[in-house]
Design a protein around this ligand. Structure first.
Ligand SMILES: Cc1ncc(COP(=O)(O)O)c(C=O)c1O
Length: 469
């Protein structure tokens, strides 16, 4: 979310279609409303609607946004339920006990899906998205660590740190900055674009509050090896006595792997995994913004972080950064779980993975590109230009594809692969085989022009796609 500065005062008012102004004596608008100052008086709702609606037409088409992981299509029935619940505040558990109950059921379903050994011991909550969930999980890790180190923290010798791959989503850097935790990042190396378990274990010391494993990486859609990470930390414990918990950031993968990679062990089956988050609004298949954070048991979530709200005359524990939050997304999450069930989720995620695999293959066949991932973990793949392609780069491709309405981010990798720039395609429900065909057709049509460029044309790489993790 950009932090908006008040723009330079633009004295020009909004331009008003005569249908809304002089040609509409009933609407009675005699003066065009200002842009950056609240108008002095009211206007008819139809007029206000039309003005806002028209301005929004220049937004990109969400369904063609291959940059976002976030759900861009839900069934009309889900939209209906969300509209019915748009006035419900999630925090008002006492006033909306059934919404609170649906939240509780979602937590139970996720605990079961993620193989909690004792689902009744699991503590969990809905959040605004994975970012909030990660903040909460990080806070729990920090409090557990500070509780264990009460004799030496705070002191200048005990600065808490969190170990992660350099590929983590920006929310982890935010967590470390906001909560004064040192971020220890394992760099990329060669063709390894995510965390290396051994290198992560080596970075741990007595001030490590935890290690983050990502299922899967925002940069290229690959799953991090969470089981190997836990094994490396088991080995560290045997050697040094350090007992470092793991948080799994399953923003996308925690709603893909349980359906498509059932034998992959990454979740509460691993005793070292203390907590897991996911974005309900990504492969959880709900419109933005809902996320989930679950802790294995009450020990993993220090009691002093829990606040109590009134609930049916009693009190209900809550853990959140916000107080007020929309209830509609939680209801929509429950709808999706109920509507699809495990088989339905499997079918939806498999379709996305099939589209990703097929599209990745066809892009590789064009000859101008090299795949870094194939969309066989998250239905997401990253690719770069093939060796020997010098006339254009990924930033040119991103810019030119936008002319056809496709939003495909191009960005440079972090340490130690700053030399590598990629395009990333996120295949979500609603991005069909047919749309993928159109994508390849547009890319194929573009290539002869790109090949004739004297050199890559995009100078300001950061501005090229406006992409931020
Ligand atoms: C791995 C990972 N973690 C956290 C986030 C942040 O999630 P949200 O957008 O739900 O706040 C993302 C978003 O893409 C992500 O990919």
């Amino acid at each position: 979310m950009p932090l908006h500065h008040a723009p330079q005062r633009d004295e020009r008012p909004l331009s008003v279609n005569p249908f809304l102004g002089p040609a509409n004596p009933i609407g009675d608008m005699t003066q065009a409303p200002p842009k950056h100052r609240m108008p002095d008086g009211p206007m008819a709702p139809t007029t206000a609607y039309q003005l806002v609606h028209d301005e929004l037409m220049l937004d990109g088409n969400a369904r063609l946004n291959l940059a976002t992981f976030v759900t861009t299509w839900m069934e009309p029935e889900a939209g209906l339920l969300m509209a019915e619940c748009r006035d419900k505040n999630m925090i008002d558990k006492d006033e909306y006990p059934r919404t609170a109950e649906l939240e509780r059921r979602c937590v139970s379903m996720l605990a079961d899906l993620w193989h909690a050994p004792d689902p009744s011991a699991v503590v969990g909550c809905s959040t605004t998205g994975s970012s909030e969930a990660c903040m909460l999980a990080g806070m729990a890790l920090k409090h557990r660590w500070s509780g264990r180190n009460a004799d030496r923290y705070p002191s200048k010798d005990a600065r808490p740190n969190l170990v992660m791959g350099v590929n983590v989503q920006v929310c982890w850097e935010k967590f470390c900055t906001f909560w004064e935790v040192e971020a220890r990042q394992v760099p990329m190396e060669g063709d390894r674009f995510h965390l290396d378990p051994r290198a992560a274990a080596e970075m741990c010391d007595e001030n490590t509050i935890g290690v983050v494993g990502v299922m899967g990486s925002t940069f290229d859609g690959s799953y991090e090896p969470v089981a190997d990470l836990c094994a490396a930390l088991d080995e560290l414990q045997e050697r040094t006595g350090l007992d470092v918990p793991v948080h799994v950031d399953g923003a996308s993968g925690a709603m893909v792997a349980p359906f498509l990679d059932e034998d992959l062990v990454w979740d509460f089956r691993l005793p070292r995994v203390a907590s897991i988050n996911t974005s309900g609004h990504k492969y959880g298949l709900v419109y933005p913004g809902v996320g989930w954070a679950l802790w294995r048991d009450a020990d993993a979530l220090p009691e002093e972080l829990v606040f109590r709200v009134n609930y049916l005359g009693g009190d209900m524990p809550t853990f959140a950064l916000n107080f007020s939050r929309p209830g509609a997304q939680v209801v929509a999450q429950y709808y999706s779980f109920l509507r699809l069930g495990r088989d339905g989720y499997r079918a939806v995620q498999q379709a996305s993975r099939d589209v990703a695999g097929g599209l990745a293959g066809r892009i590789a066949e064009l000859g101008d590109f090299r795949l870094l991932t194939r969309g066989d973990e998250l239905p997401v793949f990253a690719f770069t230009t093939a060796p020997g392609v010098t006339a254009f780069d990924v930033f040119d491709v991103s810019r030119r594809m936008r002319e056809n309405g496709w939003l495909v981010p191009a960005y440079t990798f972090p340490a130690n692969r700053e030399d590598l720039s990629v395009l990333r395609v996120v295949c979500r429900n609603g991005f069909s085989e047919d749309l993928a065909d159109l994508f390849v057709e547009d890319l194929t049509r573009l290539l002869p022009e790109l090949r004739q460029q004297p050199q890559p044309l995009v100078r300001d790489k950061n501005a090229a796609t406006g992409f931020h993790h």
